[in-house]
Every structure is written in structure tokens, then in C-alpha cells.
Design a protein around this ligand. Structure first.
Ligand SMILES: CC(C)(COP(=O)(O)OP(=O)(O)OC[C@H]1O[C@@H](n2cnc3c(N)ncnc32)[C@H](O)[C@@H]1OP(=O)(O)O)[C@@H](O)C(=O)NCCC(=O)NCCS
Length: 207
């Protein structure tokens, strides 16, 4: 299967939201909100069109990844520009065929050209270590709540990019959704049954 990675066109925004919904449905909670996060990221000041990528097989979109602007604020209140990776999604029937890796490798390549110091994400360590992501604690970067755990990871985009950066990581506000907004947004998609989450986030974070 020939896969190409391209920048997402505005006409494909809803398709990629649906792919995100299919990939995350009942994964971390009953239903999911990652498709709404994606929708709101595209309307935010953190949006970078060159880091909004689709994976195409023939003419169908089967995967998607977005990376947006974020910041690390240090103890002197200095702000350091970084990138936040995700949500990243591959349609369930196409998973485990290297498509997520292609999306992530291209995201990293584009990000390296961008001048940002690092990419930061919340994800499964087993998956992201292979791309060079390490526990963000190594760089003295915590979540905005001051926490560190294995799924909170960073990747330097050039040598020693984070040597003078430490502090708290703030992703775009679009990552915070509310149930009312989600219920209204859900009406735009085919009905799906909510069920028991497949992954326990608390467990993943070692809490
Ligand atoms: C995570 C995701 C984007 C990876 O894309 P993919 O095309 O399936 O992944 P690849 O084919 O590049 O890589 C497959 C490898 O990743 C591993 N992997 C895939 N998803 C994983 C996950 N959630 N946790 C841990 N490992 C995972 C597979 O076990 C496989 O490992 P192996 O190479 O050692 O056999 C895709 O599985 C997906 O959409 N998952 C649902 C949404 C999600 O979890 N997104 C990321 C949030 S952190």
C-alpha cells in the first residue's frame, strides 16, 4: 500500500475529525473528545497549517496528525516556544502498518525546520520512545500541574535545544473541552455507542 503524507486541506477537516473520532472512540473514556480538540485547535492561535498532516492511501485519508504551538514557562516567567504533538490517529483497520510512524516522522521533519526547540506530548512511552521521545523530567519540564510521569515526553529538535529550558508546559486551551460543547459537536457525526474505555489513563500514568 502506497502511503503519502500531505498537508491537510480545509475541505478535509471534517473527514480528519471523523478519523480522530474513530481512532479514539472508547479508548481513554466512554466516547472521546479528541475530534473536538482537533476542531478547536484549528481555530486557535496555536495552529500551524504545515503541521496539520494527513496520511493518504490511494485517494483515501486513513490517518492524521496535528502539532501545534505550546510553551514552557520557567520560574522567571520567561516563555519558551515548543510544540505539542497530537492528537494523532490512524483508522483502526489500518493500524500497526507503519502509518502512525510515517505521520510522526514527517511531523518531526517539518518541526525541525520550524525553529522550535522541542516537541512535547502525552502518549504511550512504548510507542514514542522509538522516535526519540524521553520522559520530560530529563529536561526539568513538568506538566502545568507540576507533575512528571512516563507518558509525558519531550523530543529536542536540535542538539541541546532544551539545555537552557525548564519549567511548566502549557498546551493550547483547545485541549480543555466541556461536555455541553462536546454533545453539540457530536451531533455532526454518525451515532456511535459509548462503552467501557479500553485504556485506563490513571494506570498509564502510574498513578
Ligand atoms: C497510536 C497510533 C497513531 C499509531 O499508529 P499505527 O499506524 O497503528 O502505528 P505504527 O504502525 O507506526 O506502529 C505500530 C507499533 O506501535 C505500537 N502501538 C500502536 N499503538 C500503540 C499504543 N496506543 N500504545 C503502545 N503501543 C502502540 C504497536 O504495538 C506497534 O508496535 P511494534 O512495532 O513493536 O509491533 C494508532 O494506533 C492510533 O490511532 N491509535 C488510537 C489513537 C491513539 O492512541 N493515538 C495516540 C494517543 S497517545
Amino acid at each position: 500500500m502506497e502511503i503519502s503524507i500531505q498537508q491537510t486541506k480545509a475541505k478535509d477537516f471534517r473527514t480528519t475529525e471523523n478519523i480522530t473520532r474513530e481512532a479514539f472512540w472508547n479508548l481513554f473514556k466512554p466516547g472521546c473528545d479528541e475530534h473536538l480538540v482537533l476542531h478547536n485547535l484549528r481555530k486557535s492561535k496555536s495552529y500551524l497549517p504545515e503541521l496539520d498532516l494527513v496520511a493518504k492511501a490511494e485517494n483515501s485519508i486513513i490517518g492524521h496528525a496535528i502539532t501545534t504551538k505550546a510553551r514552557v514557562t520557567d520560574k522567571y516567567n520567561n516563555e519558551h516556544k515548543v510544540l505539542c504533538v497530537g492528537p494523532i490517529s490512524v483508522l483502526p483497520e489500518f493500524q500497526n502498518q507503519g502509518i502512525g510512524a510515517k505521520l510522526l516522522n514527517e511531523s518531526i521533519a517539518v518541526a525541525k525546520e520550524s525553529g522550535f526547540a522541542a516537541m512535547i506530548l502525552f502518549g504511550h512511552p512504548d510507542y514514542y520512545h522509538r522516535f526519540g521521545f524521553v520522559n520530560a523530567q530529563k529536561y526539568g519540564i513538568t506538566t502545568k500541574e507540576g507533575m512528571n510521569f512516563d507518558p509525558f515526553m519531550a523530543l529536542e529538535l536540535y542538539p541541546n535545544a532544551l539545555s537552557a529550558v525548564s519549567g511548566s508546559f502549557y498546551e493550547d486551551k483547545a485541549f480543555e473541552t466541556n461536555e455541553e460543547e462536546l454533545d453539540a459537536f457530536e451531533k455532526l457525526f454518525p451515532k456511535k455507542e459509548k462503552g467501557k474505555p479500553k485504556i485506563d489513563i490513571q494506570n498509564l500514568a502510574g498513578k
